[in-house]
Ligand binder design. Sequence first.
Ligand code: G3I
Length: 328
Amino acid sequence: VIPSLKEVYADRFAIGAAVSPQTIVTQKELLAAHYGSLTAENEMKPVSVQPEEGRFTFEDADRIARFAEEHGMQMRGHTLAWHNQTPDWMFVDGQGQPAGRDLVLQRMKDHIGAVVGRYKDRIKVWDVVNEAVSDEGPQLLRPSKWLETAGEEFIRRAFEYAHEADRDALLFYNDYNECHPDKRDRIHRLLKSLKEQGTPVHGMGMQGHWSLQRPSADEIRAAVELYASLDLQLHITELDVSVFEWDDKRTDLLEPTAEMLEAQERRYEEIFGLLREYSGVITSVTFWGAADDYTWLDHFPVRSRKNWPFLFDRNHQPKGSFWKVARL
Ligand code: G3I
């Protein structure tokens, strides 16, 4: 018998998966059996829901929300303010010139109000601001249209608008390379200053796009401890374990090697052992997909290179890694 992952972890944290309108069909049984929380991989992002000013397109997002509701699953909303997948019109005025701060913030407010408002009954957790911190210092924030047009306060505003739209929603800051010591410290600096200003931020989303080697268990632990010290809930929001290290550009593998799969088993065992130690602080763990038949890593960082980052194989059968995670 294959135990249900979400049931095995019921006393620890929620287990989630990112989905698309395609995968809620092709992975339906797997999702229903093992995952208690869903995130729309792309369908709730600004460019998907408001491609033109005032024209909202919620069909795909609704389809995913309906699927979650029908299966009694929670949802994490993703995402409201990001430098990517955000339509250009938001930052341009009627004359085609860069929009001023007030106009940009008004649009942000309208967008967040519409999206958070629409899903108020079904989505109680939002990744409000995504990936605003710079990968490289000394500057704190990455260059973006938001920063350019509205200044640093865009971050605080996004949280305030989300809070106004749903007073009960848990509001997260979400980022990647979140365990890298320098970036971790910058993220900590941002979150600390938001809290000091009284911003309604309730959680830190650690994306968890990890590989067999990196980040080290010590780095993960240090990051968890640092974020938790700010009295925030932690969610792992986009977990996958690439079988390729970042600088490995090989494209010739049609199947993962036995060594890769064994290393992945040890890695998943290490990761979930660590996450379980923090189950009071970490309240949700979402994979950025569900099974190896589909992952964004098939297109990144190398185009058209298959990757096998999950606990289930292409046929939705449990891998060795699944058993390491499912046996507590
Ligand atoms: O919609 C077009 C489609 O019309 C076209 O035929 C197709 C051809 O490639 O591209 C489609 O758009 C793609 C879109 O995903 C939908 O599939 C984009 O090219 C592609 O860039 C986009 O990638 C998404 C990426 O965010 C964009 O930055 C990935 O699916 C999605 O997994 C990824 O998710 C992000 C999180 O939101 C934030 N954290 C990192 C994570 C991974 O990059």
